[in-house]
Design a binder for this molecule. Sequence first.
Ligand code: VGL
Ligand code: ZN
Length: 196
Amino acid sequence: MPIDPKRDALVIVDVQNDFCPGGSLAVPEGDQVVPVLNEYAGRFWAAGAPIYASRDWHPAKTRHFEEYGGAWPPHCVQGTWGAAFHPDLEFPPAARVVSKGMDPNEDAYSCFQAVDAEGRGFAGALRERGVSRLWVGGLATDYCVRATVLDARKEGFEVLVLEDAVKGVDVAPGDSARAIEEMQAAGARFVRLGMP
Ligand code: VGL
Ligand code: ZN
């Protein structure tokens, strides 16, 4: 499926150290999405299509963490190693970072809760650039990828999930498989661009 720079954007979801092996909330084999996303980012860059990378970007105290009533161990705390993008993730210079989870009262799994460097909401930033179709990869299939894809569909974007560039946590067995069914039921298609 060809990339159309007039309407397509690549969305790289939360490929951060804490979500990769060695991190505090590691997705099994999470780092395996990195070379695939590097390849895809290179193609979007070559096609002149926009690229967004989201990051989970929490304060040290947030209701998202177990200690303060949430579901998770501390992860992706602003400015820490765990919050940094995986060191092998290559961003073309045109890639834009969007951040989410800064509000200590909200989980913010979805990129549609993220803001860009100028504080603009993700959906608005996409529409401003004429984007109507998202190619989504990253971590984790059953949390931020799922939430982002479902919100994208609600917001009226076409969605292609890069099936070889996502990995799930599976806190409960089968979570990722269920998330994939939900995304498909919401109208997302699963594709792979294919590695050379
Ligand atoms: C995520 C759990 C907690 C994710 C973020 O990026 O999928 N998962 N915070
Ligand atoms: Zn989080």
